[in-house]
Design a binder for this molecule. Structure first.
Ligand code: SF4
Ligand code: SF4
Length: 319
């Protein structure tokens, strides 16, 4: 795979600083039952990196100390980590919002038969990738048979109350473009998704559109095809200063499976750590006693992926 950080590090992206911390985004490791083409963490079934119980408990300590109101769990497939349910139980018992970035097909993995019920019982908000509403495109990006399995998972979650009107159980779907282009307007695409999935008897809350980042597997593919520079020109050309105030790194901190802190998940994947007072990197156990408000954010050229057009982040379009 081509390294992309050397192509991104020299940047004219505007300097930005942290605001009040609201969300801990915790990457439980790179083990996944899928190997999607656009995966920015390069996850898959053969990866072995996984958060230990000790680190999970340090994350919970930091969660309490930081005052963050949401824990957002990602991976890989976070549910495959042995400490996933421990984190959910403790966070929910403290009244913290829990988000599970779920790939849907994991609900049918061995040992996960009761996962959907567990998520519903703990009122975990689900954010699930479904990069298109057609079988051909989903299977091309995420693997053969993924579309049908994803629909089956959505029906199962709907049957438990997810996405239903008046229900506290929410499920948002995530769209990302197939190639090196910006996502279409979120508000325009959502009705199409609702109509087509509705024909399959499926309901969901919101569609979140997210731009592809020029890093990891997707970035490497761009380099191989000679389109990396063109994609960066597209992102930079569409940059909007008014998105700078709401990029997710302002209020979120990303924690890797070993417990190290980053300004966002993309920086984590690039190996670009959060820096406090000149320290090259910070572990979650050392962060318990220090605030991050006002800390400078480590930016590079990939940040234009967050500020291009309608803007992009874990919660979809920023505009
Ligand atoms: S499901 Fe998510 S984590 Fe797993 S390979 Fe696909 S994009 Fe990566
Ligand atoms: S990639 Fe986006 S979220 Fe991450 S540091 Fe850059 S602007 Fe912030």
């Amino acid at each position: 795979m081509h390294a992309t950080l050397p192509l991104l590090a020299r940047t004219d992206f505007p300097p930005i600083r942290r605001k009040r911390l609201e969300t801990l985004q915790v990457n439980l490791g790179y083990v996944c039952n899928q190997t999607c083409v656009h995966c920015h963490v390069n996850a898959g079934p053969t990866r072995t990196e996984a958060m230990t119980r000790e680190t999970a408990d340090e994350v919970l300590e930091y969660l309490a100390a930081s005052g963050a109101t949401t824990i957002d769990m990602t991976g890989g497939a976070p549910e495959l980590n042995a400490n996933f349910r421990h984190l959910v139980r403790v966070a929910r018992a403290r009244g913290v919002n829990v988000i599970d970035r779920c790939n849907l097909t994991v609900l049918f993995e061995p040992g996960q038969k009761d996962l959907a019920r567990f998520l519903a019982d703990h009122e975990v908000a689900i954010v699930a990738s479904l990069p298109c509403y057609t079988e051909e495109l989903v299977d091309r990006q995420r693997g053969k048979g993924v579309y049908e399995k994803s629909l089956e998972a959505l029906r199962l979650l709907n049957s438990l109350g997810y996405g239903r009107e008046g229900s506290a159980l929410t499920i948002d779907l995530v769209y990302n473009p197939q190639g090196p282009s910006l996502p279409p307007p979120q508000a325009k695409l959502e009705p199409d998704y609702k109509r087509v999935l509705g024909e399959h008897g499926i309901v969901f809350n919101r569609l979140l559109t997210i731009a592809n980042m020029p890093i990891q597997r997707f970035g490497s593919t761009l380099v191989s095809k000679g389109t990396f520079g063109g994609y960066m020109d597209l992102l930079r050309g569409a940059h909007r200063d008014d998105n700078l105030d709401s990029v997710m790194c302002r209020s979120l901190v990303s924690i890797d499976w070993r417990g190290y802190l980053y300004d966002c998940d993309f920086n984590q994947m690039l190996g670009l750590p959060l820096r406090v007072a000149g320290r090259p990197r910070v572990h979650v156990r050392d962060a318990v006693s220090r605030g991050l408000d006002g800390n400078p954010i480590a930016v590079a050229d990939h940040c234009f992926g967050c500020t291009a057009g309608q803007g992009s982040g874990c919660g979809g379009a920023l505009a």
